[in-house]
Design a binder for this molecule. Structure first.
Ligand code: HEC
Ligand code: HEC
Ligand code: HEC
Ligand code: HEC
Ligand code: HEC
Ligand code: HEC
Ligand code: HEC
Length: 356
């Protein structure tokens, strides 16, 4: 009896903790501007808003990509697409040579590759074409390759299903939902402090008066599995990928899924947590050798070292550095326009099919 009660109590408190830390995408948030945190958390406030996550959405007029590319064009079947920027205003146009549809661009999704979120007659559309840095020009939006528009109206883009606008803004921006509805008036572009640190606005007010009882939960206390689910709210969880049956190379972009499928992953070991390798407040590090220490926290560096409790996993018979260059290969999406890093850490064999 006693044990049972203890166990259910534990489950209950874990659930409560989760309600506290999960950035509830579907709930309204009273967000303070990130700069308000700078007095006390200078390091995070100085860098996080400039990261790709902090800039996962830009409002029109504030977008360096479009400013640097005042005119972009693309032809597909019978249609010609043009994205033009003058005086910090951007317009997305599609023409079949006779008629033209022109829409203002107000929301730019994506920091690198970029898709435009369009509004027409009260309906929302994802632009049919997107900008890709890999080719420095426009191409068909990822996932929309098989669409075959037969009218100019359809050629504008994919009409979003009812739930989608809220989802898109929920992952790419902050403070976009009020009373369960999409509210673009209160939108803050990108992933802000409050989005990950739920409750930090109340903490801001309290902290300014010297009270710290309401500090947001310390995310470092979450297990590696819980962190995967936390980041997975946007980067997609193992569960979501399995349930959605996203198979093949397209799932390389869902790091929580790929990592969980790796032999290295242990849901309770902090050395393989997302935050062991990534600092959410800084730009991602793109230098292979930086990650060696992360691998060597578990894998013995020397083939002759006896296994110890701390570095008990096998060592590499091939090399002693740049581990990720061989064991976390880069994989292109089927459209060839974007490359991701396979988080299913493994021995890669030449010619083997993509492991799922
Ligand atoms: C609220 C949604 C959200 C959450 C939560 C989130 N991310 Fe992201 N993250 C994004 C989006 C959106 C992008 C894409 C930004 C872009 O390129 O447009 C991104 C991009 C990234 C990048 C790539 C940066 C680059 O330089 O290309 C890393 C690394 C990353 N996230 C790590 C994490 C980690 C680690 C966590 C958990 C601690 C996390 N993210 C939680 C939404 C989120
Ligand atoms: C569940 C969260 C989530 C939703 C919903 C979501 N995104 Fe994203 N999006 C991300 C993350 C995370 C990335 C970072 C790239 C990655 O790892 O896939 C991203 C990347 C992007 C990019 C950069 C190019 C690319 O494909 O990587 C664009 C553009 C984009 N999203 C647009 C949209 C649009 C438009 C919608 C709605 C139709 C949307 N996203 C819905 C999380 C989300
Ligand atoms: C994408 C999610 C995400 C965003 C956005 C984010 N954080 Fe964090 N933050 C984390 C995670 C995960 C941790 C725990 C791991 C770590 O310390 O990096 C953390 C830790 C912290 C800590 C404790 C770190 C320490 O060393 O004491 C502070 C303070 C903090 N964040 C402040 C901020 C501020 C201020 C912003 C906005 C400018 C912000 N965070 C934006 C995810 C995020
Ligand atoms: C007046 C100073 C002050 C301001 C302003 C402030 N904080 Fe804090 N914050 C603190 C202090 C001090 C702590 C540590 C309190 C404790 O030990 O619980 C803390 C704790 C935190 C933590 C938990 C850190 C951890 O992992 O243990 C996070 C996250 C955080 N603050 C985020 C924010 C964000 C986001 C903002 C802006 C919205 C903000 N803070 C504004 C002083 C401040
Ligand atoms: C053992 C270290 C390690 C762990 C753990 C790890 N990553 Fe990564 N991650 C990397 C490396 C290495 C890269 C590639 C960096 C580069 O481009 O050079 C990367 C790249 C990324 C990117 C950029 C897009 C891409 O795929 O190239 C995102 C987003 C990301 N990681 C998210 C996550 C999330 C979310 C988790 C937790 C589920 C996680 N990572 C766990 C090492 C790690
Ligand atoms: C939390 C500890 C931990 C971390 C961190 C870790 N690994 Fe592992 N890894 C393991 C364990 C445990 C195994 C499976 C048993 C073994 O090989 O000893 C494994 C297996 C492997 C394998 C063999 C996989 C196979 O297909 O047979 C490779 C290769 C590997 N790890 C490389 C890496 C690299 C590279 C990194 C850093 C990017 C890394 N590991 C980070 C614990 C870890
Ligand atoms: C030049 C590519 C390359 C680099 C760099 C590299 N490895 Fe390997 N690694 C391999 C290959 C190939 C194998 C498979 C060897 C075999 O099976 O004969 C392997 C095997 C392994 C194994 C499995 C060993 C076993 O007996 O099961 C682990 C663990 C591993 N590497 C970890 C690492 C770590 C950690 C690093 C960085 C310190 C690293 N590797 C750097 C290519 C590399």
């Amino acid at each position: 009896m006693m044990r049972l009660r203890l166990r259910s109590h534990r489950i209950f408190s874990v659930a409560l903790f989760w309600i506290g830390v999960v950035p509830s995408i579907a709930q309204p948030r009273q967000s303070a501007p990130d700069s308000a945190c700078a007095n006390c958390h200078a390091a995070q406030a100085a860098t996080q808003p400039k990261t790709p996550m902090g800039r996962a959405l830009e409002l029109s007029g504030n977008d360096p990509t479009l400013r640097d590319h005042p005119k972009l064009t693309f032809h597909k079947d019978a249609y010609t697409y043009t994205v033009e920027t003058h005086d910090d205003k951007s317009t997305y146009s599609v023409t079949d040579g006779v008629h033209t549809v022109s829409l203002p661009i107000r929301w730019n999704f994506g920091y690198g590759a970029q898709t435009w979120f369009l509004e027409r007659d009260g309906e929302y559309y994802e632009s049919m074409v997107s900008y890709y840095p890999a080719i420095d020009s426009l191409a068909v939006t990822t996932g929309d390759e098989t669409l075959k528009p037969s009218t100019l109206n359809d050629a504008v883009g994919r009409k979003l299903q009812k739930h989608e606008p809220k989802d898109c803004f929920g992952c790419h921006a902050s403070n976009t939902v009020a009373g369960g509805k999409l509210n673009l008036e209160s939108l803050q572009p990108g992933v802000t402090c409050e989005h990950c640190h739920v409750g930090s606005s109340a903490h801001l007010v309290d902290a300014s008066q010297g009270e710290y009882g309401s500090s947001p939960p310390d995310l470092r206390k979450l297990s590696s599995e819980a962190i995967s689910n936390f980041c997975g709210q946007c980067h997609r969880t193992w569960d979501t990928v399995v349930r959605s049956r996203w198979r093949g190379e397209i799932n390389v972009r869902f790091q929580p899924y790929r990592l969980a499928n790796s032999k290295c992953f242990d849901g309770t070991d902090p050395r393989i947590s997302c935050i062991a390798c990534h600092d959410s407040h800084k730009d991602i590090v793109r230098q292979d050798s930086t990650y060696d220490g992360k691998c060597l926290a578990c894998h013995s560096a020397s083939t002759h070292a006896p296994a110890t409790a701390s570095t008990s996993a096998e060592s590499c018979p091939i090399a002693k550095s740049n581990c990720v260059s061989c064991h976390m290969p880069k994989v292109k999406l089927p459209n060839g326009l974007m490359t991701f890093t396979d988080h299913q850490i493994r021995i890669v064999k030449a010619g083997e099919p993509y492991p799922n």
